[in-house]
Write a protein that binds this ligand. Sequence first.
Ligand SMILES: O=C(O)[C@H](O)[C@@H](O)[C@H](O)[C@H](O)COP(=O)(O)O
Length: 238
Amino acid sequence: MGERGVDRTDFSTPQDLAHSLADAVANALREAMRERGGATLAVSGGTTPVRFFEALSAQDLDWSKVSVTLVDERYVPPSSDRSNERLARMHLLRGPAETAHLIPLYSEADSVEVAAQRADLRMLEILFPIDVVVLGMGHDGHTASFFPDAENLEELLDPLTRQAVFAVHAVSAGEPRLTLALARIASARMLVLHIEGSEKRDVLNAALAAPEARLPIRRVLDAAETTPIIYWAPSQEA
Ligand SMILES: O=C(O)[C@H](O)[C@@H](O)[C@H](O)[C@H](O)COP(=O)(O)O
């Protein structure tokens, strides 16, 4: 398998990236609302998206028609500072975007597997394919919660699986995770990968140039039904 085709947009600062990505995502959500009366957005957590979330939250659109969910979630309550739901509520669902409908992945359950079953049912509230999916990436080439050492990685990456949400156990992930399956990510109408810093750029370039798809990020980009769009900026020390 040769180099995967992607669209790249590099920025000089994370701030420039955040505003440009917020404009592009907002336009895609507006188009979805014009065409289908509503829009769906799935975002990743971690540390990278905060500027983007805050720029997107300020966008002028009918947020009451937007359903927002998470690409993946740490199996922690929304009160935890590790929670992606908490991150989205703090930085994205505020101001104009406060009226968006958030569909979290986490729920307090006897196990992460039970929580995944519940989240899978909640995904019935979403009209797939998702209009916009924004991925992040770790330095190990994971995206979503597709960690290279995930016990059920091939199940997560199965393009034919019908299950929308899976539980993930991976030593490198820290706590157990909840994640959308690759099939729900790959079918996005707009698939964005937002990464910052030279190390992540190098990991991505190596994954894209590799003759076979080994890293999860390459498996996801190869499965994408639209041309993935890479948003990159140099990291900015806090
Ligand atoms: O729950 C998570 O951590 C994310 O969804 C995950 O896939 C993230 O996008 C990468 O780990 C990058 O995280 P940073 O932005 O913190 O580098």
